[in-house]
Design a protein around this ligand. Structure first.
Ligand code: SF4
Length: 122
């Protein structure tokens, strides 16, 4: 799992989220707005109250909205997939929704592909 460009004190304490691998991330990582500031905004501290989480996530999304590599970051987080934190302007829950929609769409496309229609007819 790749660590996002932003550094979080909470994340630094969690071994599974440590060890940035910028060389694996590609060039987008060097352009990340969150490399320079907003530490602690992108990952939830333990036992974060809901209202605080929502406010923090909105603030993180605001940072992402002005990031020149938001699309690349989002795709990275979807493809890995990254299970925690705000990446590319999406929370983990929002990424799960996007992935579920993609899977459903892929299944629908497979169902109507010419190869499947021939198999179903035969
Ligand atoms: S989109 Fe957000 S999380 Fe991703 S690199 Fe940019 S600021 Fe960081």
């Amino acid at each position: 799992m790749l660590h996002p460009p932003h550094q979080s004190l909470q994340v630094a304490a969690v071994p599974s989220q440590r060890a940035p691998a910028r060389d694996q991330a590609g060039p987008w990582h060097t352009e990340a707005v969150c490399r320079r500031d907003e530490a602690g905004l992108f990952f939830a501290p333990s036992k974060e109250p809901t209202a605080a989480r929502l406010a923090r996530e909105e603030a993180a999304k605001g940072v992402c909205a002005r990031c020149p590599v938001m699309i690349e970051c989002r795709e990275h987080a979807l493809l890995q997939p990254e299970p925690y934190g705000v990446w590319g302007g999406l929370t983990a829950a929002e990424r799960r929704v996007v992935l579920a929609r993609r899977r459903r769409r892929e299944m629908e496309l497979k169902a109507v592909s010419p190869g499947n229609r021939i198999a179903a007819a035969g």
